[in-house]
Design a protein around this ligand. Sequence first.
Ligand SMILES: NC(=O)c1ccc[n+]([C@@H]2O[C@H](COP(=O)([O-])OP(=O)(O)OC[C@H]3O[C@@H](n4cnc5c(N)ncnc54)[C@H](OP(=O)(O)O)[C@@H]3O)[C@@H](O)[C@H]2O)c1
Length: 337
Amino acid sequence: MSDKINILFTGATGYIGGAVLERLLKHPDASRFHIIAIVRSQEKAEKLKKLGIDVVVGSHSDAHTVRDAASKADVVFAVADADNLDAASAMMQGLKQRFEKTGKKSVLIHTSGTGTLTDKANGAFTYDKVYDDNDADQIETLSDDADHRHVDLLVLKADKDGYVKTHIVLPSTIYGIYSGKLVDLGIQNPHSVQIPKLIKLGKERGQAGMCGKGQNTWPHVHINDIADLYINLYDAIVANSPAPGHGREGYYFGENGHYRAGELAKAIAVELAAHGVGKDEPTTFTEEEFNKDPMVGYFGTNSRAKGSRARALGWKPKYTDKDFYASIKPEVNALLK
Ligand SMILES: NC(=O)c1ccc[n+]([C@@H]2O[C@H](COP(=O)([O-])OP(=O)(O)OC[C@H]3O[C@@H](n4cnc5c(N)ncnc54)[C@H](OP(=O)(O)O)[C@@H]3O)[C@@H](O)[C@H]2O)c1
């Protein structure tokens, strides 16, 4: 009997996914892994094949592709799109088929985000409520229409239905330009979402921006630390001693400190000003800007998280508040090149 572990991987070409995949390729058990990635780009697929990865070229909107791949997976790393309900649904159907056929429960490590904890502060205040990933009752107070929640609820139901063990990783504001083999090979996107978007908005409007007075607060985590969390979680699942929480007890927040939105906006303003873009003080996004781009309002929300369960796995994030602010200069330099 083959002792290969069939791993289905989504998001291999992405910022988080590429960093996690690189770690799987270097994992001590890598020789036992049979990794299958669903990738949209034929060119990137060819490059991944050269790294020993089996690739299905296709989109997650192709339910048949996702269902079929999931029906053969011992383990799934879903690191693509936290909001794609159809893809998640096809994934669960495939995992259910596998359970019904083999009696084996697969392991799912799904990616959500601490955006699910947000409010509508619009930059006016910081709230005191901090969500702890060890407190399942508190997490269950989230409303069904919270960000990412529609997919997370589907994932939680699958665990409750008993055909898969689900684990949800919730990164916060991930920062740092990723450097590694998959980036060098032109496979992986090296940039995160929120800070690059704020920099691009600042460039477009000629001045770094923030919502209100930037009093709202978010957690942050470095890309290397969050990628390590996926591996710590995987290793703990395999070691099974004790088995890490799954289902409603299977939330893992990726954070290593918090930042005020106004302080981030100020740091971006200073770096943009050094490139001749605006002054070194951010200004408030106008109502028109707020209405034009849904991401603008997002920058005014609070999200407060404590990764207790994540740390109980042995996860030891290394990058600090100082690293967070130090990451702004290279990010601005790269994006204004
Ligand atoms: N970055 C952050 O700070 C952060 C924080 C919290 C949560 N998250 C969430 O984590 C997820 C991944 O984020 P990321 O920063 O890694 O984003 P990213 O760099 O844009 O990566 C997204 C990945 O998903 C793939 N993908 C998306 N839709 C697909 C589809 N229909 N079919 C096939 N592949 C598809 C992309 O493939 P292509 O290369 O073909 O586009 C890419 O590999 C997102 O849902 C994001 O909201 C991110």
